[in-house]
Design a protein around this ligand. Structure first.
Ligand code: BTN
Length: 259
């Protein structure tokens, strides 16, 4: 299942945004869109520039993991120049934009697993990686990398079969990647402009989170925590009620939902 063909022009043409997706750099095959996006951002690329690849040969995930990125999926990075105050909200923005675009393009409902995995029926359909260059109080750039399993036959990838979902398998038909991408870029800009105007997207992000109220295991760089995911804070952290009753604030980590 490879799905529709992509090009820079087909993404940008008549796109109803001011800047996100108005410049698209498209590759048939690339190591990682994050690498090209970083080079572009360092050279002062226009805000909202999108790097899009049909296939990545060295896709990167969070926590130094690899990200499987065959043809038929969506792999893109968006360059933004947010304020330092808005930096923690980018994870909320990206995951909410994905949830909105999947629903707008396919009608499928998805949910967020802290901090920013997007799940359908408990399986991961999208991963998000945010890389920023912060020097002192200045954000030089931020790159939002988004990978969505769109036209993916999961039986071909036994390594992710138990934990992954794809839009095509959920609906039993191929999906237009172009329509998901275009909805996504519109949603990113809308949320980004809302943030820049001083609005908050925290409540919506919190309310879309499947993790809250659940028994979880959280793996961080330092330790493994077990407990109940009680809430999330407006800076994006997870509040975990430990089995001993203590409350831990976790800034970054990987959550496994427990039975
Ligand atoms: C994760 O869940 O671990 C994050 C996965 C992020 C994957 C996307 S695909 C587009 C961009 N390019 C990459 O190499 N990674 C991100």
């Amino acid at each position: 299942m490879e799905g529709d063909s992509l090009s820079a022009a087909s993404v940008s043409k008549d796109l109803e945004t001011r800047f996100v997706g108005q410049r698209v750099i498209y590759y048939r095959s690339l190591t990682s869109t994050m690498e090209v996006a970083r080079r572009e951002a360092q050279q002062g690329a226009a805000e909202g520039t999108v790097i899009l690849a049909d296939e990545q040969t060295a896709g990167r995930g969070r926590l130094k993991r690899a990200w499987l990125s065959p043809r038929g999926n969506i792999a893109l990075s968006i360059i933004l120049y947010p304020s330092l105050a808005n930096l923690p909200s980018l994870i909320m923005l990206a995951s909410l934009a994905v949830v909105h675009s999947i629903e707008a393009a396919t009608g499928l409902r998805s949910q967020i697993k802290w901090p920013n995995d997007v799940l359908i029926n408990g399986r991961k359909v999208c991963g998000i990686l945010i890389e920023s260059d912060v020097q002192g109080n200045t954000v030089k750039y931020s790159i939002i990398g988004i990978g969505i399993n769109v036209n993916l036959r999961l039986a071909d990838y036994p390594e992710i079969l138990p934990i992954a979902a794809s839009l095509s398998e959920e609906l039993g038909r191929n999906i237009s990647r172009l329509s998901v991408i275009r909805c996504l870029l519109v949603a990113v800009e809308r949320l980004y402009l809302a943030l820049s105007a001083g609005g908050s997207i925290y409540e919506e992000w919190r309310d879309s989170m499947v993790t809250l109220g659940q028994r979880v295991r959280v793996k961080t760089d330092q330790a493994i925590y077990e407990g109940v995911a009680e809430s999330v804070t407006s800076d994006g952290s997870l509040l975990l009620r430990g089995l001993d009753g203590s409350l831990n604030k976790i800034v970054a980590g990987d959550v496994t939902l427990r039975e």
